[in-house]
Design a protein around this ligand. Sequence first.
Ligand code: AMP
Ligand code: GLY
Length: 426
Amino acid sequence: MKVLIVGSGGREHAIATSVAKSKHVDKIYCAPGNAGIAAVAECVNIGAMELDKLVDFAEENAIDLTIIGMDDPLVAGIVDRFEERGLRVFGPRKNAAIIEGSKAFSKDLMKKYHIPTAAYETFDSPEKALAYLETSKYPIVLKADGLALGKGVLICNTLEEAKAGVKTIMLDKQFGSAGNCLVVEEFMTGREVSVLSYCDGTHIKTMTSAQDHKRAKDGDKGLNTGGMGTFSPSPFYTKEVDDFCNQYIYQATMDAMKAEGRDFTGILFFGLMLTQDGPKVLEYNARFGDPEAQVVLPRMKNDIVEVMNACIDGKLEDIDLQFEDNAAVCVVLASAGYPEKYEKGIQITGFENFEGKDGYYVFHAGTKATEDGIVTNGGRVLGVTAKGATLKEARANAYKATEWINFSNKYMRNDIGKAIDDVQQK
Ligand code: AMP
Ligand code: GLY
């Protein structure tokens, strides 16, 4: 089989690494890919939003399966375009990817089908939003309706902050048209857990849990980022939580989408908050998490291509999804200054230290191959993942491996997975 992966981040590198292990695959392409993905796939110089070119490429090169890693092309309808040309593709269609593409849609869906989530109101006029905020309880959460690289969420502690937030999102349009509509949501507290799942339109199978660290600095300080590190499994995701989510959230979401004529096929990502009143959905994503994929996929025992094919064919029930009984931690190596201003083009050394080391991975995100070797090319540069028998061991291994890589403005959080110290280890 020939497989094409669409995207260029650490998530796509993790997907490519899993696909490369499939016994069904002889050749992998990645568009556009990055310097690390180039070690397992042939990178093709087509951007993830160049939908026509991607479809043409898949047709001309007789690609057997295309896997869409990123949210933007999914929300733009890339899957429909591939299907119209009779090409096999893994991901939700446009009418289902809206579950990530519009927060107003996903909130209305949860309300209609009684799926636990925070109370909310939606507004398409700033005046009405401001009038509502005058009488609200604080803190309160403002969310741009559309895609905003994980940055369109503002937690406001006072009315003044909320007024400034409405201006940022709806008037200054800092997140572009994503801010045409505003969701104002009740502020919740609790532990966050990410649960990713495979879906075949009807059935859903969840993967092992993970937790992301979205803030830039230790102690969950600093600005929101795309994700600074992850661990898997989450010790806070207990059997009791899993039972609750199975009963009220996972299949309920699949059934709701089906009832709306929006059958969901692909990866459905549940961002959950474990509140005092039970687990609630913070958000849905229509693809693997980044960097959740970097800790979940290395622990998956199945052949990923078999699982994806089963999803496309509506046969997920035939798959016995299995994960290793261990743990993994991913620490993101970023450019100092991320997510604001940072330098690029800085030489990275030390990749050879990972060679032949089982259970250690260096996933590339913002990197570029040049004549002088691999250089930094983004805010999140690499994801260093290590496995271990326990979370503590995986964490120690991952931090040890971060020392194997060097670049002059290397920045990382030092407390990825530290919360696991709060709970008894197995
Ligand atoms: P989202 O993109 O919707 O997952 O939001 C990004 C982050 O903002 C989440 O991971 C939470 O840390 C935080 N957040 C979002 N919604 C809420 C909420 N209703 N209450 C508290 N924190 C929230
Ligand atoms: N790590 C969160 C996300 O991928 O949206």
